[in-house]
Design a protein around this ligand. Structure first.
Ligand SMILES: C[S@@+](CC[C@H](N)C(=O)[O-])C[C@H]1O[C@@H](n2cnc3c(N)ncnc32)[C@H](O)[C@@H]1O
Length: 389
């Protein structure tokens, strides 16, 4: 079985700032999928992935600039570095996805049922991020207090924007692969909240700014030392004979770092196949508990439409009709689906998804944004069809 992973696309071709992506310079012009007949029998189980400070001493992140704001995103090279180090240190069994990565790092984007593409940032997630910013700034949409679910989040840029800009929002991020959540989503959440690079230079972080790019090495060990030793941190670090933090000290420091932030209360991560996610959320009594559902580059495979639609139908809130929403100055519950109009060589497209949604008769679908250009991209908005809510 030959696996191929396209790490290079993200690391080499995608600029640190988003400017090139919008200018059409992204290499992300399509998607290559491999079908593994054995893999398609497997569906990733529902798993709640607790937020934890990654067991690395630092994180390399790039700034993604948009609309006078930015979010930090972990570099894919840094992920590979961590995997290489862990492989050499422990002989523990690695996941199917990690094994696939180890076999071949020059790769296809999606391996059906094994890896669904979440390690890199896809173009439409940036469209969705910008669309959200527009809804907030031009249409006055308030995300305060909203319960948001990002389905198939991968690097999760739209969620990162919400977590950063709206402290009262609750954000749940789902990906097929637990490894994606642990290697990129979670570090990204932390890099934009509890571990956010400090501008005062007091955190030990090293920021590099060059032309329109900005990268930062977030020094997690410094933060750990700081939270354990407080004001005497500089003294502790300055003494050469001070040993590195023990495992227990590092765990204690990580606990204190997380306890000192509200992030665990306002962000959760869940892994699994959509059918399992629906089952898991129903099992927790969480039907119709999300006011805003976001998803980008997830409709490339018509085989998944039923379970994606079932999940949307299960999670979208029903508690405010348009009239109620307006009375409470709230947004009507909605799903935003960002996607390329066509995925070459794959079965899915915006048209086929829209037709599928219409055939189910549960949601009304409206195209609310189009990119134009030779590789058009769109955003669909789904709301409950009258009588369905
Ligand atoms: C191409 S990636 C897009 C990642 C991210 N939204 C972006 O635009 O950068 C597709 C995502 O869809 C999710 N996905 C696809 N099929 C899935 C399935 N059957 N069950 C659960 N998640 C799935 C995966 O989590 C994966 O990260």
């Amino acid at each position: 079985m030959s696996f191929r992973f396209n790490f290079g696309v993200d690391a080499d071709d995608e600029p640190s700032s988003c400017v090139g992506v919008f200018g059409g310079a992204s290499s992300d012009t399509g998607m290559v999928a491999q079908t593994e007949s054995a893999a398609s029998l497997y569906a990733a189980p529902y798993e709640i992935v607790p937020l934890a400070i990654p067991s690395v001493s630092s994180l390399m992140v790039d700034a993604i600039f948009y609309a006078s704001q930015h979010v930090w995103k972990r570099q894919i090279d840094d992920v590979q570095f961590q995997l290489a180090q862990q492989d050499s240190m422990d002989g523990s069994e690695s996941s199917v996805m990690r094994q696939a990565m180890a076999e071949d790092k020059n790769a296809s984007d999606v391996i059906k049922g094994v890896y669904e593409g979440g390690l890199k940032t896809w173009e439409c997630s940036i469209d969705l991020l910008l669309y959200l910013v527009d809804l907030q700034s031009k249409c006055g949409m308030a995300l305060d207090g909203m319960r948001v679910l990002e389905i198939g989040c991968g690097t999760g840029l739209p969620s990162l924007h919400i977590l950063k800009s709206t402290p009262s929002a609750h954000v749940c991020m789902q990906d097929y692969n637990r490894d994606v959540l642990e290697l990129v989503t979670m570090p990204n959440v932390l890099a934009n909240t509890v571990l956010a690079p400090a501008s005062d230079g007091d955190s030990g972080d090293v920021v590099h700014t060059e032309a329109d790019t900005e990268t930062c090495e977030i020094d997690i060990d410094f933060r750990r030392t700081q939270v354990l030793f407080g004001d005497s941190t500089d003294e502790v670090i300055g003494k050469r004979d001070i040993p590195e933090l023990s495992t227990d000290e590092a765990h204690e420091a990580d606990r204190r770092l997380l306890d000192g932030s509200d992030i665990c209360g306002r962000c959760e991560l869940i892994a699994g196949d959509w059918a399992e996610i629906e089952r898991g959320l129903r099992g927790q009594g969480r039907e119709h508990t999300f006011d805003l559902v976001l998803t980008s580059e997830t409709i490339y495979d018509t085989d998944s439409y039923k379970k994606l639609h079932d999940l949307l139908e299960c999670v979208l809130s029903k508690d405010s009709t348009q009239a109620q929403a307006q009375a409470q100055n709230r947004q009507k519950p909605m799903v935003l689906v960002a996607a390329k109009s066509i995925y070459f060589g794959l079965t899915g497209s915006v048209l086929t998804f829209r037709q599928y949604v219409e055939s189910r008769g549960i949601f009304e679908a409206e195209s609310v944004w189009q990119s134009g250009g030779s590789m058009p991209r769109e955003i669909l908005r789904l709301v409950w069809r009258n009588g369905s809510e």
